[in-house]
Design a binder for this molecule. Structure first.
Ligand code: PGA
Length: 328
C-alpha cells in the first residue's frame, strides 16, 4: 500500500477546521456558519485564521458584504468537500456494519410526491425512531441537479431521467385524472373523447413538471396539441383554479385526496384516463446506499401501499370514474 504523506497538514490542521471551512464557504459568512455548527462566531473566525496560518495564505476575501474563498480557499474547500463526503460514507458504513437503522435519511421529491411521501416517512420514523429524516420538495430540474451532485440518499420522481445513469425502483402507482368543478356539464358524461378537452379552458403545470410531460406526451401520441389556457406552477394552484371555475386540468390522484373527499372537485371519465404512471425511488448508479436508505426503500416496496390505504380518505388507485361518482 502506498504511503500517503500530508505531515504538515496532519500536524497543524484539523477535520473540524475543514468542516468550518466548508460551512463558511457554503453559507457565505462566519456568523451563519457558527449558527449552523452550534459554535460561536469568534471560534469560527479563529479556526479559519489558524487554517490560513497553517497554509500561509488567505482563505477568504470580503467583497461587499459577501465572503468569497480565495484561490487557496477554493483548493482547500474542494479537498474539504471530498474528505467530509468520504467521512460521511465511512460513518454510514460503520452504522450499517453495526446493523443499526439510524441517522440521517436524505430524500428529495418532486412536488406532487409531497402529497404522500410525508405519510410514508412518518410511518418509517415511527418504526425506526433514531432515523433523522431530511425531506426536500423541489421541482424536477433542481432534483436532477441534486441527483448529479449526489446530495440525497433517495430521490422520488415520476419519470426516470434518460440522460443520467440511475438505479430506479417503481414502488407505487401514480394515476393522473382529468378534473373539473363538480358543476361542470362534462361530469354527467361518460367516455368523453380526448379531443373534447381541446374545446375547454385547459390549465396545465409549468414546463419541466413530470405531470406536464406526461400530458404533453399523451396528446402528442394521439396527434393532438393542447393550447393551455393558463400555466400554473403547482398542483395546489391548479386545484384552486379548477375549483374557482377557471377550467379543467389533469392532476395526480395523490394530490386530490381532500378535495375528492369533500366533493370540491370531480374526476371526469375521459378516454385514455386514468393515465397510468408509477412513482420511482432513484439514486445514482454505483452509489452505495446507507443501511437507513436501503431499509426505507424496502419499506416503500413492502408497506407503502398499505400505509397509504390507511391514511384517512387516501386514494392510491384511480377508481373507475363513474363508480367513484355513484359512491359519493
Ligand atoms: P411534478 O412531477 O410534480 O413535477 O409534476 C410529478 C411526476 O413526475 O409525476
Amino acid at each position: 500500500m502506498k504511503e500517503l504523506k500530508a505531515d504538515s497538514l496532519i500536524r497543524h490542521a484539523s477535520l473540524r477546521q475543514l468542516q468550518i471551512m466548508e460551512a463558511v464557504a457554503r453559507l457565505g459568512g462566519y456568523t451563519r456558519a457558527a449558527r449552523a455548527l452550534h459554535l460561536t462566531q469568534p471560534t469560527v473566525w479563529m479556526q479559519i485564521k489558524k487554517l490560513s496560518d497553517t497554509v500561509d495564505l488567505p482563505l477568504f476575501e470580503q467583497i461587499g458584504k459577501q465572503l468569497h474563498p480565495t484561490a487557496a480557499g477554493r483548493k482547500i474547500l474542494a479537498a474539504a468537500q471530498d474528505i467530509l463526503e468520504r467521512l460521511g460514507q465511512l460513518d454510514d458504513d460503520m452504522t450499517s456494519l453495526r446493523g443499526e437503522v439510524k441517522g440521517e435519511l436524505r430524500i428529495s421529491v418532486v412536488s406532487t410526491a409531497k402529497y404522500f411521501i410525508p405519510h410514508l416517512l412518518g410511518a418509517f420514523v415511527r418504526r425506526y425512531p433514531d432515523v433523522e429524516p431530511c425531506l426536500v420538495v423541489t421541482n424536477r430540474e433542481k432534483m436532477l441537479q441534486r441527483l448529479r451532485s449526489n446530495e440525497d440518499d433517495l430521490l422520488i420522481m415520476g419519470k426516470i431521467p434518460e440522460s443520467l445513469e440511475v438505479e430506479a425502483t417503481a414502488f407505487l402507482d401514480n394515476d393522473l385524472v382529468v378534473v373539473a368543478p363538480p358543476s361542470h356539464p362534462l361530469t354527467k358524461k361518460q367516455s368523453i373523447p380526448l379531443q373534447s378537452l381541446l374545446e375547454e379552458n385547459f390549465l396545465i403545470r409549468e414546463p419541466g413538471s413530470g405531470t406536464r410531460m406526461a400530458i404533453d406526451q399523451l396528446f402528442a401520441d394521439r396527434g393532438l396539441q393542447i393550447k393551455p389556457y393558463m400555466n400554473l406552477g403547482s398542483s395546489e394552484a391548479i386545484k384552486h383554479a379548477v375549483m374557482g371555475g377557471l377550467g379543467l386540468s389533469v392532476l395526480s390522484l395523490h394530490s386530490l385526496r381532500l378535495e375528492l373527499a369533500g366533493d370540491h372537485i370531480a374526476v371526469l371519465d375521459v378516454e385514455g384516463f386514468p393515465l397510468k404512471r408509477r412513482w420511482y425511488a432513484a439514486y445514482p448508479k454505483g452509489k452505495q446506499l446507507p443501511l437507513v436508505a436501503r431499509t426505507f426503500l424496502d419499506f416503500l416496496l413492502e408497506d407503502g401501499r398499505n400505509i397509504l390505504k390507511n391514511v384517512p380518505e387516501e386514494q392510491t388507485e384511480a377508481p373507475p370514474c363513474q363508480k367513484k361518482k355513484k359512491a359519493r
